[in-house]
Design a protein around this ligand. Sequence first.
Ligand SMILES: [Zn+2]
Length: 107
Amino acid sequence: MMEVFEDIAQETAPVDETDSRKRYKGICPVCGKELYICKSLAMLIGINTGHGSCLGCKEFLHMEFNEQRQEMDLEPFDKYVEREQAKRDADAVAESLGYGGFFKDDE
Ligand SMILES: [Zn+2]
């Protein structure tokens, strides 16, 4: 399922004035850098999970949107996988998008 994660990895780039999409603050747990992150495709369809690389240390991070604070909660992706939530989230995302439909059109 790692292919799915690579495919929908989120942008963590700094705010670009020509880009009007709402971004949410998240602090990298590894290096402490502030990141401004768009909601993931999964988040937009109601599954609170996302991922992307830190611009500071390049750590691959798992993200969850914190509704209360309106910020992104970040954690190293390998920690997230250790909690064994990753596979379930990936399955949920794939299912919502139509299982197996992800790469069909590319081939
Ligand atoms: Zn970092």
